[in-house]
Ligand binder design. Sequence first.
Ligand SMILES: [Zn+2]
Length: 353
Amino acid sequence: MASEDTGRLAGAWHPPRSSLSVEALLVCEGRRFVVRDAAGARLAEAGVASVEVSARVGSVPRRFTFADGSLFETVDNDTADLFLRSAGARPGGFVHWLEQFRPRLVVIVLAVIVLAAGVYRFALPALVEVAIVVTPPVVPQLMSQGTMSTLDRAIFSESTLDPTRQAEIRAGFGEIAARSEAGPEAFALNFRHGGITGPNAFALPDGTIVITDELIELAGGDDDMILGVLAHEIGHVEHEHSLRQLYRAAGLAGLVMLIAGDIGSAMEDILAQGGGLLALSYSRDAEREADRHSVDLMLAAGRDPLAIDRFFARIEPIIGNERTTSLLATHPATAERRQAIADYVAERTAERP
Ligand SMILES: [Zn+2]
């Protein structure tokens, strides 16, 4: 019968401070544990709650320690569990803890999930900002030089643009760069023939800005359109979008390594992945920010703030074309985006007297 099986537990009894071992039975009488020898004589007795029961760990013998120091030991762990449960004692072992505290476990698991989500939502952006602050200026310089020389070797060739035309665009660029927070010295404009990248403009984190002959040709003499695009690229530099994007891609572990002082090897990895910068595409928010920057700089320079929007209108028919370049692919001229530019221009021009 089950009640008999769980009502008594076979094992050995050890008197206090003695190496003696007596074959014994542990029984539960009322709310008391009683140890009896084979003849039924009482060897030890105590209230259930006062007996210390060891936790179940694999097949290690279970120990019941009485207040007088005597010990009952059994290798029959399964029966011991049933015995303890029927005696209403605290069952040992982690599994029992789980069974007993399932609601608490659910709460703990939920808390961990919420915490992990919080780390990604809040800690990651915060760490990105810290990483940007601790990045020595030489790092963006090295990354930019590496990227530029890779591009010059693999994709670009020398610009075929007429030097007079180059000088005109450079003068206009100087005007808008002068309105930037970092000042004109913070930026260097480079002309290149884009080759397979076609019409293109981009900025590297050290302030190097590149525009291709093909993009200048696409603008068809609309210099404000060219400058609007360049002002947008200045925006990417001033808001440190590429470093930010790079650090976000490095993830939590990479950032912790980088900030915790292992800057050397973490940075080496980033630098070694020379193409890393090129593979990045800015977030939608970063693009919006650069668009607004273009509007601000163009307004400050007394030029057409809607020029960047005209550029998007110009490239719209080209998007979806097989030869879509990286610039066009990473600068989708969605209606939403163009509307945001128009709204911002309206807002900014309304502020002006
Ligand atoms: Zn952009």
